[in-house]
Design a protein around this ligand. Structure first.
Ligand code: ZN
Length: 600
């Protein structure tokens, strides 16, 4: 499901906060040296929780300089940690110290915003320790080793003049030979799909280094000696990357012959990863069972609507006995009602005020009318990843515009545009707008920014964020948006089947060993997906674990919480109050929100 809150959202407020905390902290933690001071040194007098969490974040940036850069802390640009056992031990110690220090701050002493920060840090630490001790992807996932993302980021992000960015790139790429030597040494028994992905992506990196980056170095306004030094570094980095690719290519035949690690995690690791990545109150097995029964419920509802609408759309044909076939046939008809490529963005733009008005009329949650959303074509460099996405300012920059980027279709080939527009037909487009904008991601961010938290901005919980957006789709339809039109419901069911079936797919592949042809059958026949989407989904499910289940997990959890509150409060239940309270804790894990709602 298309959605993202790009990292570029955060840089400005992060820089502001950083200035604030250098003023605040005298402790040893803020040293910019890459060899971080261990977190055990506690300055006297004991810092408040807010001071401590700011120090924690500074130490975090030192441990993870690439994350720092992507969050807008550009003074870390150019640092490339070598993925050695020493680095892993140092980071492990950092997280253990963090857990120990959290013990200095009893939850009872913290306000709600601080308490949710406390939980977020705790869960982050537990997750990092689990990755270090149990997951250990560094020994079997070759695609973890790739310098292309950061190199590309430093070249295109205009945080400083180009010569300064090239100097950072030179430092970064200077470490490439040591980095890849260590990577090859770390890899023990890789999986086949991660090895293939690593080869493909690192070949792309070589092309980038020898193409765009070489060109930038050749034409930049720098002196000749600097230029030739950068060129030498670049050549060595490209050679090191190529050597890594060759190493992987040499390993691949024997991996394919059965010596590889299975890309499937199996039940035990999957359950644990589910717990640490999603931070849900449900177990993996529980969510899987819920998804199975939800799929059945959706098919039943869809067939009832299909039977109801059938005579209107196919007056001369009998309703097929095969219910999935009947649904598919009607869906194919409904998606023909779509915008033209030229009008798509305008139709998206025109629809948002209607969503806002509906929420106000039905009193569903608080909408801040002072925060207009600017709809625009996705900027060139961000295209090709998502249909639409929210790009919002952080809490310390709340005056800035929030953008709703929409993929422009005017430069698509005719059949690609047509397929896209059928997928995002007039009705599904409204669901997309609910999900991405109002009252989905955009509205959630506006609420989150009312209790600014750097911790939750950096470590925001994806399950809560995506779960909320999916939850609002159903909530809006149940509140009467679209006047209970059967066609709109039918298309929502199809849309929602995607997150339901993704959850089933992920579990069955990773835990139960589902094979490719059965997976494709599930996606195409039972979730009405196109062959191309299904094939892409299979590949994604071999490369990631748990992430595909996060949308449905969060949605199911929030919906269950709403139902429980409704039952508990009876007549006194107010949807608006429930939503406003739920959103007031920011992007914290749902069980944390639940706990804080229960104990205000
Ligand atoms: Zn989303």
């Amino acid at each position: 499901m298309p959605t993202r809150v790009p990292q570029s959202v955060y840089p400005l407020f992060l820089m502001l906060l950083c200035m604030a905390c250098t003023g605040d902290t005298q402790g040893p933690a803020v040293s910019p040296a890459p060899a971080a001071t261990p977190a055990t040194a506690t300055p006297a007098p004991a810092p408040s929780f807010q001071e401590w969490s700011a120090q924690f974040l500074e130490q975090y940036w030192q441990q993870y300089p690439e994350d720092a850069v992507q969050n807008g802390r550009y003074e870390f640009a150019g640092e490339l940690p070598i993925p050695s056992p020493e680095l892993r031990a140092r980071r492990r110690q950092f997280w253990q110290d963090t857990l120990a220090q959290l013990g200095n701050y009893p939850l009872a002493d913290l306000d709600r915003n601080a308490a949710s920060d406390w939980y977020v840090i705790q869960k982050q630490a537990e997750q990092a320790l689990w990755y270090a001790d149990r997951f250990q992807g560094e020994s079997w996932d070759p695609s973890q080793y790739n310098l292309g993302d950061m190199a590309g980021f430093l070249l295109v992000t205009e945080y400083a003049p180009l010569p300064e960015r090239l100097a950072a790139l030179d430092r970064y790429l200077g470490a490439a030979p040591a980095y890849f030597a260590q990577a090859s040494q770390n890899l023990q028994v890789p999986t086949v799909p991660h090895t293939e992905l690593a080869i493909q992506q690192n070949e792309g990196t070589v092309q980038f280094l020898q193409g765009e980056l070489a060109e930038a170095i050749n034409t930049a306004e720098i002196d000749a000696a600097t230029r030739s030094a950068y060129q030498a570094t670049l050549t060595a980095a490209a050679e090191a990357t190529t050597a890594y690719v060759s190493d992987l290519q040499q390993r691949l035949p024997s991996l394919r012959d059965g010596l590889a690690r299975d890309f499937r995690l199996g039940a035990e690791l999957y359950d644990e990863k589910f717990l640490h990545d999603l931070k849900s109150g449900f177990s993996a097995e529980e969510v899987y069972q819920r998804a199975l029964s939800e799929k059945e419920r959706l098919h039943t509802e869809m067939y009832a609507l299909t039977a109801q609408l059938w005579p209107q759309y196919f007056p001369d044909t009998a309703l097929p006995d095969d219910r999935l076939q009947a649904i598919a046939q009607l869906l194919a008809r409904l998606v023909e009602d779509h915008a033209s490529p030229e009008a798509f963005i305008d139709e998206v733009r025109d629809q948002l005020p209607q969503l806002q008005q509906f929420i106000i009329d039905k009193d569903l949650l608080t909408i801040d009318p002072d925060k207009p959303l600017v709809v625009r074509p996705t900027p060139e460099y961000q295209r090709g990843f998502a249909v639409a996405g929210i790009e919002a300012p952080g809490p310390y920059d709340s005056a800035a515009n929030t953008y709703y980027n929409v993929e422009p279709l005017t430069d698509y080939a005719a059949d690609a545009a047509d397929s896209f527009l059928r997928e995002y037909n007039r009705r599904t487009m409204q669901i997309l707008n609910i999900h991405e904008a109002i009252p989905g991601h955009y509205t959630q961010l506006v609420h989150a920014n009312k209790s600014p938290s750097l911790i939750k901005a950096v470590f925001g919980n994806g399950t809560m964020i995506e779960g909320w957006a999916v939850y609002t789709e159903r909530m809006m339809l149940e509140a009467g948006y679209g006047a209970m039109e059967p066609e709109l419901w039918l298309l929502w069911y199809k849309w929602n089947l995607r997150v339901v079936v993704n959850t089933i797919l992920d579990y069955r592949i990773q835990v139960e060993g589902l094979a490719e042809d059965a997976a494709l059958e599930l996606l195409i026949r039972e979730a009405f997906q196109e062959q191309q989407e299904a094939t892409g989904k299979w590949r994604r499910a071999t490369l990631s674990q748990v992430q595909l289940a996060s949308y449905f997990t969060g949605y199911a959890e929030i919906y269950a919480l709403q139902q429980a509150e409704r039952a508990r409060l009876g007549e006194a239940f107010s949807l608006k109050q429930f939503h406003d309270t739920f959103l007031s804790f920011g992007s914290a894990p749902i069980p944390v929100i639940k706990e804080l709602m229960a104990n205000p």
